[in-house]
Design a protein around this ligand. Structure first.
Ligand SMILES: NC(=O)c1ccc[n+]([C@@H]2O[C@H](COP(=O)([O-])OP(=O)(O)OC[C@H]3O[C@@H](n4cnc5c(N)ncnc54)[C@H](OP(=O)(O)O)[C@@H]3O)[C@@H](O)[C@H]2O)c1
Length: 329
């Protein structure tokens, strides 16, 4: 494969460092690699493949010699700098929520809608919980046409970046919480991102709006409840989904067997179901606990688990970049 000039914005963070890890696993050789973070990280050394690079203050960035810019430094940084990199000619793949619902900006899960990337040089990576939910739903939707979804999430603290991980580990050691409003080592917290006027949180409405955008269907009725739980990595999502066509849990299981990006684990006699300790470090969406809903017809319930920092963020972004690179060869 050709070598490209790649910029990582937020290279010292949880997602940024995982971009590099995933790129190294794919053995992506670079022409130039620019590692950007805030002023406080300037000069810090980071190794990629066999070379060591110095972190540069983003304020000193140059925009005219970059093919791909992978962003994970928060919404306001993306808002200011992503247009500059794309104007300089780069494909920007952004992990913040800043551009996700902008009309002409594609929101991509590569297994679902990679061809959407041609719409714009800025590409948005969906919310972590959305990615692992929408992938199995996409395959089920193609067969049975989804009409209604109810999500309940169980989200790991790494979804809040380094601050979340530190708060879990520090409170486990008896310190008072510095980041979450309650002691995350001792309780689940049903509040992720800010509360909105409709009493949902912004995280919950991301799941509602992003699912519709990725499945290209604004008519799906969706609700979500998002909960932070005291584990370091891998989000869980319980999904209740209603379909137009007749469905039951066995048909759903058959549909999801051997689908790209999915691994079905549903062997209840042997405690076989998705768990964070298995999904962490992988790029697959684990699906299991398939049941027919007892309350509503043509409705199934199942549970997904995926590594939020990898498939929910960095790996999804690198997979998008690789597909574009393939098209550029
Ligand atoms: N964690 C997840 O599971 C996940 C999943 C999906 C999306 N995301 C999104 O990815 C982004 C980063 O998340 P994270 O979990 O990696 O957070 P993180 O661990 O806190 O890392 C944040 C990164 O952004 C950099 N940064 C902050 N302010 C900056 C500024 N003004 N200029 C330049 N660089 C700046 C930081 O650099 P310094 O080290 O120099 O401060 C650091 O490299 C967020 O938008 C988040 O919503 C995260």
């Amino acid at each position: 494969m050709k070598k490209y000039n790649i910029a990582i914005v937020g290279a010292t963070g949880l997602v940024g460092s995982t971009f590099l890890k995933v790129m190294a696993e794919y053995k992506i050789e670079v022409n130039n690699l620019y590692l950007y973070a805030s002023e406080k990280s300037e000069g810090k050394e980071i190794k990629y493949l066999d070379k060591t690079y110095k972190v540069i203050d983003l304020k000193k960035a140059k925009f005219d010699n970059v093919d791909f810019a992978l962003f994970s430094a928060g919404g306001s940084v993306s808002n200011e700098y992503a247009p500059k990199f794309s104007a300089g000619g780069a494909y920007v793949i952004d992990n913040s929520s800043n551009f996700r619902m902008v009309k002409d900006i594609p929101l991509i899960v590569p297994e679902i809608n990679i061809s959407d990337y041609k719409m714009n040089k800025i590409i948005a990576n969906p919310n972590c919980s959305t990615i692992q939910s929408v992938l199995p739903l996409y395959y089920l939707d193609k067969e049975f046409k989804v009409t209604k979804i109810n999500y309940t999430t169980f989200q790991a603290v790494s979804g809040s970046g380094m601050k979340g991980l530190n708060d879990l580990y520090d409170t486990r050691n008896g310190e008072n919480p510095k980041f979450y409003p309650y002691n995350i080592s001792k309780t689940c917290i049903p509040e992720i991102d800010v509360f909105l006027d409709n009493h949902y949180t912004k995280e919950e409405m991301k799941m509602v709006n992003e699912t519709r955008k990725i499945l290209h269907n604004d008519d799906i009725k969706i609700s979500a409840t998002c909960v932070r739980v005291p584990i370091p990595y891998s989000h869980g999502v319980s999904i209740v989904a209603t379909f137009e066509k007749e469905i039951n849990y066995k048909k759903a299981l058959e549909t999801l067997e051997n689908k790209p990006g999915i691994i079905v684990v549903d062997d209840i006699k042997n405690h076989g179901y998705p768990v964070a300790t298995v999904s962490t470090g992988t790029d697959l969406v684990y699906c299991g606990r398939f049941r027919d809903d007892l309350a509503t017809e043509n409705t199934i319930i199942f549970y997904t688990v995926a590594d939020n920092v990898r498939k929910g963020a960095a790996a999804n972004a690198v997979e998008i970049m690789l597909k574009i690179m393939e098209d550029m060869e």
